[in-house]
Design a protein around this ligand. Structure first.
Ligand code: MG
Length: 159
């Protein structure tokens, strides 16, 4: 097999007193995502997608939230480590498609910067990443702004 895909999903609560980091970019907002790491829900979904495609388990098995070493860690650092692990297993990530689900803040003004930051961490060219933002039209915990979710699918090719 020369190509495989993996999926990822993540959700984090929005809380006061934290920066909102998506794809490694700090989005101006009065709340941020809680989490053991920097709470970057987008990168966490991408990490699980890459690990899935490489057949390497999930983010929790590589970066346990009980491990003090990963407290406050930049998720972009975790992503780089996961890309390295996938490469060592013979899989190069060639394409990622991801969706952020957030009612607030309105992400459209920042999508270019979020995409550029994530593309840099992925080592992806302009054609290697697609990024989308959705709301739930006010429905559910995401619609009430209690958190932000992200979904991702990664394509990996044999090196
Ligand atoms: Mg997470």
């Amino acid at each position: 097999m020369t190509a495989r895909s993996g999926i990822g999903i993540d959700v984090h609560p929005l809380v006061a007193g934290r920066p909102l980091i998506l794809g490694g970019f700090i989005v101006p907002f009065e709340k941020g995502l809680a989490g053991h790491s920097d709470g970057d829900v987008l990168i966490h979904a991408v990490i699980d997608a890459v690990l899935g495609g490489a057949g390497l388990g999930d983010i929790g098995s590589h970066f346990p939230s009980t491990d003090a070493r990963y407290k406050g860690i930049a998720s972009a650092v975790m992503l780089r480590e996961v890309l390295r692990l996938a490469n060592n297993s013979g899989w190069k990530t060639t394409y990622v498609d991801a969706t952020i689900v957030a009612e607030r803040p309105m992400l459209s003004p920042f999508m270019g910067q979020i995409k550029a930051a994530l593309a840099q961490s992925l080592d992806a060219g302009p054609d290697g990443l697609n990024l989308k933002a959705k709301t739930t039209d006010g429905l559910g915990f995401l619609g009430r702004g209690e958190g932000i979710a992200a979904l991702a699918i990664a394509t990996l090719e044999r090196t």
